[in-house]
Each structure stands twice: as C-alpha cells, then as structure tokens.
Design a protein around this ligand. Structure first.
Ligand SMILES: [Zn+2]
Length: 280
C-alpha cells in the first residue's frame, strides 16, 4: 500500500469535557491552537463541533464562523469539516452553519441507538441537510453507524441528493451501535467498492480504546483514518492523551509502519475532489 493516508482529527466532539481530559479544546482559541498542532503533526481534515463556555454542545453559526476564521488563518489549506451531528442541536439548527461553506460536513443518513439514547435522523431532516450541502457546495462525509447507511448513501447519490462520490466514515465501537467487528469492517469496504468504485475513498473511526484498532485496520487496508479527542481521550488505559496532536502522531507512526505516506492537505483535497483552498 503506497497511496497517501488522509488523517482526520476530531478535536472536540460534543461529549468529552475537561474533567475527562484537560486537553479537550473547548473555547474557539483552544480549538484553533489544538488543531494547528494536529495539522503540523499530519492531520489534513479537522472535524469540528463547537461548545458553549460551560462546555455544553452548541450549534451556534457564529461560533462556527469564528472557528472557521481562526482555522483559515492558522491552518491554511486544511480541510474544514463541521459536524451536523444530532448531539449538538435539534432539527434544522444542526445545519445552520452550512451557509458558511465549510469544505465538508458530516451527514448521518439513518438512525440507530447510542449509549443512552436513540440517535435520531429522520428522513425529512436527512433530505434537508443533504440539500443544504448541495446548495452551499459542501461535501458530505457519510457517518456509517450501520451497513444500511452506506446503502442509503448510494441511493441518495443515485437520486442526485449527493452530487460527488460519497465519502464514507465507518464508525465502530459506539455502545449499542455497530461493534468493532473485523468481518463487518471487511464487508463495509467491499460494499463501498461495489457501490462507489474500486478506487473510492473511505475512512474509519473507532471509539474509546477501539480508536487505535480502527486506525490500524484502516491504514493497513488502504483507507483513511480518523483520530482525536472527540472519540477517545486516552493513549492507553492509564494515560490521558496530552493533545490531539499526540493522537495524530500515533496514526503517522502507523503509516510509517505500513509504508504509507501521510497525505498533505493538497493531496487530500485532490483525492476527495474538493475545491482548492481559498487564498492559499
Ligand atoms: Zn463529531
């Protein structure tokens, strides 16, 4: 495997707090600083949620705008992906920031269980979020918590609701959703290639202690890898991750082990069919 590996860093999420790990960036300034370190370590996509001052999740477009401005300044060229996930808001407020035209946004196309609740993605909201992404030229990243979500993405692609080749993120290890299962992982890859072409790009994320497992599987299988404090706050059972950059470095090391170059932001943009970064 010699194709470059795109590293996505999910810096904050909507759940972890400073009580879990003081390195979780909460304020916009902290988010920009943490992302810059991760960018310099090798990440080319930042997946971002925003928070209120009391660490609760927010979907305030003004916060997203401030984050985008800071990232543009300090991480020029990096691919900015905003979360439209359901933990940060309700209904159409989840997509209120899409008019800011980030490069990408996460898109969940079906519902499933989460640890303590139903992760609700009703069809009309999925359709609306997808339509906003078309309107503002935002490439969706399909969050596949289940096999059906990959097939749903194919249907939406065929219907013109997703206008570019779907980029699928396999998420494994969320309690009550898809467990970490190698046979299913292999079938996910097979399904993506069957539906979207043998050269279709895909990515994988594991939650908690499974993060490193999924990083290794993805790097070894020719996919792209997501890491970051949103999904996991530890280096191992006894050690908190000191930063998002430290988690990125683990993936960089895996790429070295598997003889895969780490994608630059230019390479990542080309592979994902994204517009060149403005002003760079
Ligand atoms: Zn997220």
């Amino acid at each position: 495997m010699t194709s470059p590996c795109i590293i996505c860093v999910a810096i904050t999420g909507s759940l972890p707090t400073k009580a879990n790990n003081p390195a979780v960036p909460i304020s916009i300034a902290e988010q920009v600083e943490s992302t810059q370190e991760a960018f310099e370590a090798g990440a080319s996509i930042v997946h971002a949620h925003v928070r209120n001052d009391d660490e609760t999740p927010s979907s305030d477009p003004e916060k997203f705008a401030a984050l985008k401005e800071g990232l543009g300044k300090h991480c020029p060229g990096m691919i900015i992906q905003f979360s439209t996930g359901g933990r940060s808001g309700a209904g159409q407020s989840r997509g209120g920031m899409l008019s800011l035209r980030p490069d990408m946004a996460s898109l969940s196309v079906g519902s499933n269980n989460f640890p303590t609740r139903v992760y609700e993605n009703p069809p009309d909201l999925v359709d609306w979020l997808a339509s906003q992404m078309v309107k503002y030229d935002v490439k969706p990243e399909i969050e596949a918590f289940d096999l059906s979500h990959i097939l749903k993405a194919a249907q939406m692609h065929a219907a013109g609701q997703i206008t570019t080749t779907p980029y699928v993120q396999f998420v494994m290890g969320v309690k009550n959703a898809m467990p970490v299962d190698r046979e299913v992982f292999n079938f996910y890859i097979k399904t993506v290639k069957r539906l979207f072409g043998s050269d279709a790009h895909w990515c994988a994320a594991g939650i908690g202690a499974h993060q490193y497992t999924l990083n290794e599987w993805a790097v070894a299988a020719g996919g792209h890898a997501r890491t970051g404090l949103e999904d996991n706050v530890r280096l191992d059972r006894d050690t908190l991750a000191p930063s998002n950059a430290a988690l990125v470095q683990r993936v960089v090391d895996l790429c070295t082990d598997h003889e895969r170059p780490v994608a630059t932001w230019r390479e990542a943009r080309a592979m994902l069919g994204l517009r060149p970064s403005s002003g760079v």
